[in-house]
Design a protein around this ligand. Structure first.
Ligand code: SF4
Ligand code: SF4
Length: 355
């Protein structure tokens, strides 16, 4: 099955949809003006984007730290970060040492070790992360489980945009789409934020057709909690939310954080580094750009949580949770995945609270 899964997509040519006229007439240059890591004004922002479009050198190709945020900052429907990624690859500008990039590419290589539950028309996707099997428990998921799938064959591969490598995505993502299609599912609830973004942002941006309905698990949780509304007991805690980089690729789903917190009686603190101003968890920064940047970003972020009186830090992404859990626990804040917080609200025991 593994070999068959690879056939038929090699050589598939995909091109980024990017409208340079939108940049030429852009009134804001918001993609780069709002960038937290590159300091440019409006005119310079537009000039740099036009250089990138033309394939010329730009400070952005050297200084971008791959936070993905410009994908959200551009409100004109362009894909500045995907273009930056493409141009870096065209020019051979590496964001990480070759050995690290190769190691990560190998992690996502299909190996025939995928796992399928009892497949129905609606299924949960875990990307390639088996730990979701521990998280996806209880009444919140009883209407879908045990219909699930995970493994490298179903892994979105979005992470490679951190590595300025779009060619591996162009090779693998059509294969992944085809693999999911072959499962016969009509609707997929993506438990991994980045996977959802792969099928609703990255694939369409590169002209790939997605033949199933993609649902973000925030939307699923919100709707399921509405169904269980009578059983919700307000959790009554103050929380900070750690927004992952992948959320920048699907910003339309971000409102569910506030919606869910309201529904379960949780006070989402109004802090500096939230929404569009969120800070990265630092794990990618540590690996690619050094400890100094990673520590600076983590310190500002955690100080902000503490200053606003957060008792819990709510995570969407396991990568963010792994990067920050120990540090926030040292500062007296409990790490918890949003699924576990929702389970607490309906009287269930969370799996990861305080880990
Ligand atoms: S990518 Fe978007 S925000 Fe940036 S210059 Fe182009 S249109 Fe404007
Ligand atoms: S990805 Fe982040 S660091 Fe890179 S240009 Fe966009 S906003 Fe700036």
């Amino acid at each position: 099955m593994n070999d068959r899964m690879l056939k038929g997509v090699r050589g598939n040519m995909t091109t980024l949809k990017f409208d340079e006229d939108l940049c030429k007439t852009c009134p804001t240059g918001a993609c780069l003006v709002k960038c937290q890591y590159i300091d440019v004004g409006k005119d310079e922002a537009k000039e740099e984007m036009l250089k990138i479009i033309k394939g010329e050198d730009s400070i952005v190709l050297d200084d971008c730290v791959t936070c993905y945020a410009c994908e959200e900052y551009c409100k004109r429907g362009n894909h500045p970060f995907y273009l930056i990624t493409q141009r870096r690859e065209d020019k051979g500008i590496l964001t990480a040492p070759r050995a690290i990039t190769r190691q990560w590419i190998n992690i996502g290589e299909p190996r025939g070790k995928y796992k399928l539950g009892e497949m129905k028309e609606k299924a949960l996707s875990f990307g390639f992360m088996a730990q979701f099997l521990e998280l996806v428990k209880g009444r919140l998921f009883e209407d879908v489980m045990p219909s699930y799938f995970f493994g490298q064959e179903y892994f979105c591969n979005v992470v490679y945009i951190h590595f300025a490598n779009t060619s591996i995505i162009k090779e693998r993502l059509p294969m992944v789409i085809d693999n999911i299609k072959k499962l016969g599912v009509k609707e997929v609830v993506f438990m991994h934020d980045e996977c959802y973004a792969a099928f609703t942002s990255l694939a369409p941006a590169f002209g790939m057709e997605v033949p199933f309905k993609s649902v973000h698990y925030f939307e699923y949780l919100y709707n399921r909690l509405q169904e269980l509304r009578d059983e919700i007991r307000p959790v009554g805690v103050k929380v900070a939310y750690q927004r992952p980089c992948s959320s920048r690729l699907c910003p339309d789903t971000h409102h569910y954080v506030e919606d869910i917190m309201k529904l379960i009686g949780v006070d989402l603190v109004d802090r500096t580094y939230q929404g569009e101003n969120a800070l990265c968890c630092g794990s990618i920064f540590r690996m690619m750009y050094g400890y100094e940047l990673a520590h600076d970003v983590q310190r500002r972020n955690i100080d902000d949580m503490v200053a606003h009186g957060a008792e819990y830090c709510v995570f969407n992404c396991h990568g963010c949770q792994d990067a920050l859990a120990t540090e926030i626990a040292k500062r007296g804040i409990k790490p918890i995945h949003i699924v576990d917080l929702c389970r607490m609200a309906i009287g269930e025991e969370p799996e990861t609270e305080g880990e």
